[in-house]
Design a protein around this ligand. Structure first.
Ligand code: BG6
Length: 281
């Protein structure tokens, strides 16, 4: 990795957990860390606030294994696939950091590319500022029509799962993967058991209201028609080797992407961009 990608006082490259290389970013408003393994944002914290992103203390940091927490990049499929890794190979691949830039306002951008991608050109652009902006772009460089699923599987750190509410998805039909039925609700989401929901055909901004941290988190997105809400609760937490049994009250995933019926069809030469901005107030 070239030292030329470092920006003195703003961006350093250093070995992180498991010896995996990470970029450490400092801006006037925030700190962030991004592993080249998965182009995985593991940390974003505004000065004076708790971390925005939840990271499991039980996470693995190893070649070939996904990181549990932060922002796993899900591509080119979402969920399980027979004989292949769940949620695709982007999150377990080592990406290349190809460009870094200090903007005149103090924000820092990093561009990652995913090597060897079955005819896809995949890039991930991260802008660290007072908010965290992430853009996943996929271009179909093959001669065949391709169908892809994409998702930024964002884990948020919250004070207490029982106290938060999630707004923006009222009236949107979702597939409830726990109860295996479709449903919609007119009230904000409150969580008191395992939740695994795929909301379809929605471009809505979602807010997580967290009175315990006296903070609201805003998830704004572009180029995304699906939102997934997930908390494993007690029994599923116990079944997950890379997630602590007592960690579920402190996290919730609100994931922005294009999955299931919202999968993206890319003609040869076509491309699509999934953009997500995370902010807090
Ligand atoms: C969510 C899925 O997006 O990811 C859940 O909807 C899944 O079904 C969860 O359990 C975690 O997946 P993984 O592969 O990281 O354990």
């Amino acid at each position: 990795m070239s030292d030329a990608l470092e920006i003195p006082g703003h961006l350093t490259l250093a070995p992180g957990n498991g010896g995996l290389l990470k970029a450490i970013v400092e801006t006037p408003w925030s700190h962030a860390e991004i592993y080249l393994h998965g182009a995985h944002v593991t940390h974003f914290q505004k000065i004076g606030e708790p971390p925005l992103l939840f990271m499991s203390a039980a996470s693995q940091f190893a070649e070939g294994s996904p990181i549990r927490g932060g922002v796993p990049i899900i591509f080119p499929w979402f969920g399980p696939r027979d004989g292949f890794p769940a949620h695709g190979y982007a999150r377990t691949s080592t990406w290349k950091l190809t460009e870094t830039c200090l903007l005149s306002n103090g924000a820092v951008t990093l561009r990652f590319t995913l090597p060897s991608t079955d005819g896809f050109q995949v890039e991930f652009l991260v802008t660290v500022a007072d908010s965290l902006l992430m853009e996943l772009s996929v271009a179909n460089r093959s001669t065949e029509v391709a169908q892809i699923e994409t998702c930024l599987h964002t884990y948020f750190q919250i004070s207490d799962i029982s106290a938060i509410s999630i707004t923006g998805l009222e009236g949107v039909t979702y597939l409830d993967k726990v109860a295996a039925l479709s449903h919609s609700e007119s009230c904000p989401i409150q969580i008191s058991s395992e939740v695994d929901r795929v909301y379809g055909d929605t471009r809505a901004t979602v807010d997580i209201l967290d009175p315990g941290f006296q903070r609201s988190i805003r998830v704004e997105k572009t180029g995304s028609d699906s939102t997934i809400v997930w908390n494993p609760w007690i029994e599923k937490s116990k079944r997950m080797a890379d997630f602590g049994d007592e960690e579920y009250p402190h996290m919730v995933c609100v994931e922005s992407g294009n999955v299931a019926g919202n999968a993206v069809t890319l003609a040869p030469g076509a491309s699509s961009v999934l953009g997500v901005r995370l902010s807090s107030f």
